[in-house]
Design a binder for this molecule. Structure first.
Ligand SMILES: CC(C)(COP(=O)(O)OP(=O)(O)OC[C@H]1O[C@@H](n2cnc3c(N)ncnc32)[C@H](O)[C@@H]1OP(=O)(O)O)[C@@H](O)C(=O)NCCC(=O)NCCS
Length: 163
């Protein structure tokens, strides 16, 4: 069974070894420690705690990582967006565990969670982005209804799902 496991002091070390394939490193920053620091800085700067989950399979096998932030419309980094939104900042499945259906299960769980508005305020949509040549990401996200907006951020294609 795939689980989203909040990362805390006691289990933070269990996800340190997670890596993407070398050919996928060009698609983003998949450095676990870097992304935990990002999460801390978001909390320290904005006061809002991002969702940072280790992804586990079975009892506790670490298979991936996902980080999601929540943004107010007034701070939107996306053009023509007047909705509060979630941003899936980074998501990866370890190279040893890709292609087993885990990514799809994680997305199902994440969408279920975000639709409950766990931050206690409304959000109208979810944004994410991926490198234009990242076909696995494009296929996965568009299969959940994400639509490319035409906007490019740091060379990456932006896509949005209305909640
Ligand atoms: C994108 C990623 C998370 C998918 O995770 P995964 O566990 O391997 O995906 P799944 O096995 O659940 O497959 C889900 C869907 O993704 C797509 N997909 C996965 N691997 C693919 C590949 N090599 N080529 C094309 N499509 C692929 C397919 O649409 C697949 O659905 P299908 O099996 O019904 O056709 C994984 O490839 C990854 O971690 N990539 C590196 C990091 C990254 O690019 N993250 C996204 C941007 S932040």
């Amino acid at each position: 069974m795939i689980r989203l496991t909040p990362i805390k002091r006691h289990n933070a070390g269990e996800f340190l070894h997670l890596k993407v394939h070398e050919s996928q490193q060009q698609f983003g920053d998949f450095d676990y420690a870097d992304r935990l620091i990002d999460a801390y800085l978001e909390w320290a700067t904005n006061g809002w705690q991002p969702y940072v989950f280790g992804i586990t399979f079975g009892e506790s096998t670490a298979v991936g990582f996902i980080k999601i932030s929540y943004e107010l419309a007034e701070n939107s980094e996306y053009a023509n967006n007047d909705l509060n939104y979630f941003n899936i900042d980074v998501f990866w499945i370890d190279k040893e565990h890709q292609g087993k259906g885990y990514g799809r299960i994680v997305m199902q769980e994440v969408l279920k969670l975000l639709k409950t508005m766990p931050q206690g305020e409304s959000a109208g949509c979810i944004f994410l982005d991926y490198a234009p040549e990242n076909e696995a990401a494009r296929k996965l996200f568009t299969s959940f209804g994400f639509v490319e907006t035409g906007e490019i951020h740091d060379g990456c294609t932006c896509a949005r799902l209305v909640l």
